[in-house]
Design a protein around this ligand. Structure first.
Ligand code: KG4
Ligand code: ZN
Length: 353
């Protein structure tokens, strides 16, 4: 049997440091992720300089752990794939510098990966510990929803990626995080709101569904955050003395806010699927863990005769395995980067793939 092609995937774009070894672009041999969420929590969000410094201290030990878990040495690697953006510049620099040093020392090809392509390709990995990867179905639409992004992509028949639309202001996850902060629920806000919303009435408060009826595939979530704040203000619930009253309404507020986000995400994703004639819808990114989103999108997709798939939770959040998968696919399509590869906080997707 021929030896499988081994890709090292490196992800340091935000507050996760991750190294993965992926065989044949699909099978995960190791996917070591160190999240700094706990450290950033007390600041209410990611502190860029702190993130960069943690990547610097943790990178080499985590690389060693990933190689040990995969049972291979550095010399066994065939390809180095690294996130070059979008992300925090200082954080990206750590991964890209290390990737270039490895590619040079090992004399192996280097591919700088678009982070969002990584999220899209997370759908084509075998689940951790598994051998069988789902076969990609084209044409498809992928909704990438995370703390930093809300974007729709067309996955074309040949495997190419085309950007269809995205948020004009806050990302969906950012809206969850900001609203949660205003409600005194801590960071990150998504999981807490998801939990609270399960006990609330999504129709209790009428929050706006921005850009629902316009023709674009763009989103806007900052007005929704403002609408929640305005409601709190209007009812006097920002007064610390009325915290008990606010707490009694938290499930309804969470459910109503969440439903407003989900309604727009579902409607635009279905519209995108119709536009490109998709057979399949994929979901990716941290907000893909949201139960209401999974449920409502699943129901809407089924009604339109489409299938919905999403990666397991560990592959929804930032990780090296998805970067290896996207890097391998790009390499197969002929992508090669030189040792002068630069980071890019907002790289164009169309040129990349
Ligand atoms: O993909 P991710 O780990 O990091 C980024 O690249 O941003 O996504 C993190 C985001 C955070 O905004 C978090 O609040 C959100 O995903 N999130 C959720 C849920 N779990 C995580 N949002 C809604 N519902 C959830 N269950
Ligand atoms: Zn991400």
């Amino acid at each position: 049997m021929s030896r499988p092609h081994l890709t090292l995937g490196i992800e340091t774009s935000c507050d996760e440091t991750s190294f993965a070894v992926v065989a044949g672009g699909r099978r995960i041999l190791a996917n070591v992720v160190l999240s700094q969420t706990g450290e950033h929590r007390r600041y209410g969000g990611v502190v860029p300089e702190l993130a960069s410094r943690r990547h610097v201290t943790n990178a080499v030990p985590l690389l060693q752990a990933a190689l040990a878990e995969a049972g291979i040495g550095l010399g066994d690697l065939d390809l180095i794939a690294v996130t070059r953006g979008p992300g925090l510049v200082g954080a990206l620099l750590v991964g890209v510098s290390l990737a270039k040093a490895l590619a040079w020392a090992l004399d192996k090809p280097l591919v700088g990966v678009h982070h969002l392509a990584g999220h899209v390709y997370a759908n084509f990995l075998a689940p951790p510990g598994g051998d069988t990867a789902p076969e990609p179905r084209y044409p498809a639409v992928t909704l990438v929803v995370s703390g930093g992004h809300t974007d729709l992509f067309h996955l074309e028949a040949g495997g190419g990626l085309r950007w269809l639309g995205g948020t004009r202001d806050d990302a969906a996850g950012e809206a969850f995080d900001k609203v949660a902060r205003e409600l005194g629920l801590g960071y990150p806000g998504g999981p807490v709101i998801d939990r609270l919303a399960a006990q609330g009435d999504p129709g209790a408060f009428a929050f706006p569904r921005a850009m629902l009826d316009d023709d674009t595939l763009d989103f806007s979530f900052s007005g929704l955050k403002t609408a929640v704040l305005y409601e709190l203000e209007r009812r006097g619930w920002r007064d610390p003395d009325r915290r008990a009253e606010l707490e009694a309404h938290l499930p309804d507020l969470a459910a109503s806010f969440q439903q407003a986000v989900v309604d727009v995400l579902v409607a635009k994703t279905l519209r995108a699927a119709r536009q490109v004639g998709a057979r399949q819808i994929y979901l990716a990114g941290g907000v893909a863990a949201n139960r209401r989103l999974r449920h409502d999108l699943g129901v809407a997709a089924a009604a339109a005769g489409l299938d919905l798939a999403y990666p397991p939770p560990v592959l929804c959040t930032d990780n090296g395995a998805m970067i290896a998968a996207a890097g391998f696919a790009a390499w197969q399509r002929g992508r090669r980067d030189g040792l002068d590869l630069d980071v890019d906080p907002d790289p164009p997707l169309d040129e990349w793939f």
